[in-house]
Design a protein around this ligand. Structure first.
Ligand SMILES: O=P(O)(O)OC[C@H]1O[C@H](O[C@H]2O[C@H](CO)[C@@H](O)[C@H](O)[C@H]2O)[C@H](O)[C@@H](O)[C@@H]1O
Length: 389
């Protein structure tokens, strides 16, 4: 595995940054133009203001991205071909899409053939992968069956959850101590100190987990903590008059949900976020499923988190490992891409509608994810029985 880019993460280098000294970042490590900009300490008071020109979010593509995020299954499939399709045409389009992204269930044997003599490492996203998408993010619970499937998978394979959510929140929702966890799209990683194969990281710090075990925390965006809290408060304030809007603080990123906001008001919510970001040039916006996500402009994402876990588990440059990542969202594409590069492993996209992806395989919904995980466990149990007999 090429961890050069991971090693050149914001926190690992730069003894003498110029413009980003408060962040400890060298400007070359920031993927977007940062020159002349510094941490916006002056924005201490939270301003409530009218949104700027709504044309901003129309012309920068945000609105289109918002409209195309999370399309319901088997509705008119406009985004896929740019032609309005009927539901039947939609089925045809879905089936032809599945030729490119075959079902991981139907391709199970093929995946297992590839895993022969290799150790599978499982990576799982949370929302839309382990729990179905629901209107209220606080009620996105996983089923008891899914929890048991994940728990069983973790008995046989190292398993990590990589979520956009706050790490504590995703741990609370999953509730399994057998797993590794990363929150804030991989910017908040907790790893048992005893198991850490590689300590070659400047920016991990020691801590203890809720069970009192010694852990290492890897938080490449730690310097952004005050800025993210400030932006969270600003966005709560500016969007508080918008019915259905919800802002979540995930520690190193902020989510602004518009799933329950009237579609006519989406330009307003987008413009508020756009206006706020103008004051914070070190932050960037990404799109999720009916959610706008504000995060630090650092070279770190779910793909980097996957590489971090593999290295920490002692599996870097190891051809005997087959990482599999299951996710449903645009932010999971970074992880799919990391695995696709150099044929490291397989990305599996959870989607009921055709979507372009860096994944190799697909699963239709969370129940198929459960089935896939159960199949992995069954396969291991059968192998064990054969060895015993
Ligand atoms: O990386 P993930 O674990 O998939 O987290 C991504 C976002 O998931 C949550 O929002 C999404 O799921 C909600 C519950 O089903 C749904 O209401 C929302 O519309 C989805 O975007 C979470 O609330 C976000 O903060 C995460 O970034």
């Amino acid at each position: 595995m090429d961890l050069k880019s991971a090693k050149a993460s914001p926190v690992l280098t730069d003894p003498s940054p110029i413009n980003n000294s408060r962040l400890g970042l060298h400007s070359s490590l920031l993927p977007y133009s940062q020159s002349g900009l510094s941490f916006s300490t002056s924005i201490l008071s939270i301003r409530r203001r009218k949104p700027g020109k709504l044309d901003d979010v129309r012309s920068n593509g945000w609105l289109d991205a918002m409209k195309s995020s999370s399309p319901p299954r088997k509705k008119v499939l406009k985004d896929f071909t740019n032609v309005e399709l009927s539901a039947d045409d939609g089925e045809v389009a879905y089936r032809s899409w599945m030729i490119k992204y075959p079902s991981a269930l139907c391709s199970f044997q093929q995946i297992m053939d590839c895993a022969r003599n290799r150790k599978i490492v499982m990576f799982l996203d949370y929302d839309g992968t382990l729990s179905p998408i629901v209107d209220d993010p606080d009620r996105a619970f996983m089923s008891a069956d899914m929890r048991s499937a994940v728990k069983n998978v973790a008995i046989y394979f190292p398993t990590a959850i990589i979520s956009g959510r706050n790490r504590d929140k995703v741990f609370e929702l999953v509730g399994l101590t057998e797993l590794y966890y990363a929150g804030s799209h991989g910017m908040d990683i907790i790893f048992p100190a005893k198991e850490m194969a590689s300590m070659d990281r400047l920016n991990h710090c020691k801590s203890t987990d809720l069970q009192g075990k010694e852990v290492n925390l890897f938080q490449p965006a730690s310097e952004f903590l005050p800025m993210i809290s400030e932006v969270f408060r600003a966005l709560v304030e500016t969007t508080k008059g918008i019915k259905g809007a919800k802002v979540e603080n995930h520690k190193f990123c902020v989510s602004i949900h518009y799933r329950n906001v009237d579609e006519n008001v989406w330009p307003v919510i987008a413009q508020y976020v756009h206006d706020t970001l103008k004051d914070y040039p070190q932050l960037r916006l990404t799109h999720g499923r009916k959610v706008l996500e504000v995060r630090p402009m650092i070279d770190w994402d779910k793909g980097k988190a996957v590489e971090f876990f593999l290295e920490s588990l002692g599996f870097s440059n190891n051809n005997d490992v087959l990482p599999i990542y299951i996710g449903d969202d645009r932010t999971d594409e970074d992880a799919f891409e990391a695995l696709r590069k150099g044929n490291r492993g397989y990305g599996i996209l959870v989607s009921g509608v055709p979507k372009e992806s860096n994944a190799f395989f697909s699963l239709g919904d969370t129940s198929e994810v459960k089935e896939f995980l159960e199949s992995l466990v069954r396969m291991k149990q059968n192998d064990a029985k054969i060895l015993e007999s």
